[in-house]
Design a protein around this ligand. Structure first.
Ligand code: FES
Ligand SMILES: [Fe+2]
Length: 420
């Protein structure tokens, strides 16, 4: 691998969030991608799993931290571990399944065995090894340096120091609170399978697209037609609404729609009021927003998206439904239907978004010709943003404030990892 040499000055030349200007190379250049993996994905907090996915002793889930395959496990004492999914012997992955329950993992190549805390507990044909040779493996599997949870969302980092998860999430936490407060039993779950999909485009295109309020009335105009003809709720008159976008700091952003009277089933409303009190319950019931947590998690009241970079021009997204186990069936059905309407191969939204990500990737190949203007722009509404005293930037959701949010954090992380 080429040495990562992107200097701080080079990072500034690529991205200028104060002007809303991006060099197209950030989507197309493999050197930029390698630097992102090292300086962003190998250092900052990444979402790895929700606690409901590893709820019981022995549960595990395979995932990725940047390019690194990991297994998130829960041991017999309830402790969580994020193990690198790589055998100490010759490097094969030790677990291929997406999820399951196991107290140990056995590598298929030479049958070395690890417990779910990552300790090497068995070696095949051990007599062939001298003790000194075995001493090389005393440490067990590599692990994430830090693991922390917030309201059931498990994050991990390969950096042993740096901001705490609490500091990292910062102003995004109240939205996560509302997300977790939706359940009458405080039991929000990610369950029922995953929609994994790849697109031939850079990972940042999904990060930008998760709460982009400028495009829906154009790209998803079929949604407007459906709304007009059927009155189906959930399809919004985007540009006319008073929805705001917020740059929450840390690369996180939210697109938030006006909170209206909740239309939920009366039993659900009553259950939530009973558990949370009316103020918190009403906030959770009326929650209508899309939260993007930098770099790899997008959260909505009814779904979760995990963004996995594979190459500069290849990305995989894992999308899950968020279920509330103790709500009335009509509420559960409404939630599933609203997901089916927009997402998935036959939804009216997702296929358009994926097509556009690939078109942007194709257009940005123009970056390979230095005679051409190399910039794309996220400067809409830059000058009318309101800067709140707590540092949050606010503007109408069509203003690209959510997308600019990404690049303040991107630029800071890329520069902090730059060579002197
Ligand atoms: S590579 Fe895993 S046991 Fe040899
Ligand atoms: Fe979209």
């Amino acid at each position: 691998m080429a040495v990562d040499e992107l200097s701080a000055a080079a990072v500034d030349a690529l991205v200028d969030p104060n002007r809303g200007r991006l060099h197209m190379r950030i989507y197309t250049d493999p050197d930029v991608f390698r630097a992102e993996i090292r300086r962003i994905f190998n250092t900052t907090w990444l979402f790895v799993a929700h606690e409901s996915q590893v709820a019981h002793a022995g549960d595990y889930l395979t995932s990725y931290m940047g390019l690194v395959p990991v297994v998130v496990t829960r041991d017999e004492d309830g402790g969580l571990h994020v193990l690198v999914n790589r055998c100490m012997h010759r490097g094969a992955t030790i677990c291929q399944r997406e999820s399951g329950n196991a107290s140990f993992f056995r590598c298929e190549y030479h049958a070395w065995t690890y417990d779910n805390r990552g300790r090497l507990i068995g070696i095949s044909r051990p007599k062939g090894y001298a003790q000194q040779e075995l001493d090389e493996f005393a440490a067990g599997l590599s692990t994430a340096a830090r693991i922390a949870s917030y309201r059931g969302l498990i994050f991990a980092s390969f950096a042993s120091d740096g901001p705490s998860l609490d500091a990292h999430l910062g102003a995004a936490k109240p939205y996560i609170d509302e997300w977790a407060d939706q359940s009458p039993t405080a039991d929000v779950r990610i369950e029922g399978g995953v929609w994994k999909h790849r697109y031939k485009g850079n990972w940042k295109l999904q990060v930008e697209g998760s709460n982009e309020g400028y495009h829906p009335e154009f790209l998803h105009r079929i949604g407007g037609l459906l709304r007009a003809r059927t009155g189906v709720s959930g399809l919004r008159p985007w540009a006319d609404s008073t929805a705001n976008g917020y740059d929450l700091g840390g690369g996180h952003s939210v697109m938030e729609f006006p909170r209206s009277e909740s239309t939920h089933a009366p039993e659900y409303i009553a259950l939530l009021h009973e558990r949370l009190g009316s103020e918190r319950a009403e906030r959770a019931l009326a929650a209508s927003w899309r939260l993007q947590l930098f770099p790899n998690l997008a959260l909505a009241p009814t779904n979760v998206r995990v963004i996995r970079p594979l190459a500069v021009d290849l990305t995989e997204v894992w999308q899950y439904n968020v279920t509330l186990p103790d709500v009335p069936q009509s509420t559960a059905l409404d939630r599933i239907r609203s997901e089916q309407l927009f997402y998935g191969p036959s939804g009216y939204g997702s296929p358009d978004d994926l097509e556009i990500f690939e078109r942007i990737q194709e257009g940005c190949l123009a970056a390979t010709n230095e005679q051409l203007d190399p910039y794309v722009w996220l400067n809409r509404g830059l000058r009318s943003e309101v800067h709140r005293a707590d540092g949050v930037r606010v503007a109408h959701t069509t203003s690209e404030v959510e997308q600019r949010a990404i690049y303040y954090a991107w630029s800071a992380l890329m520069k902090s990892g730059a060579p002197e």
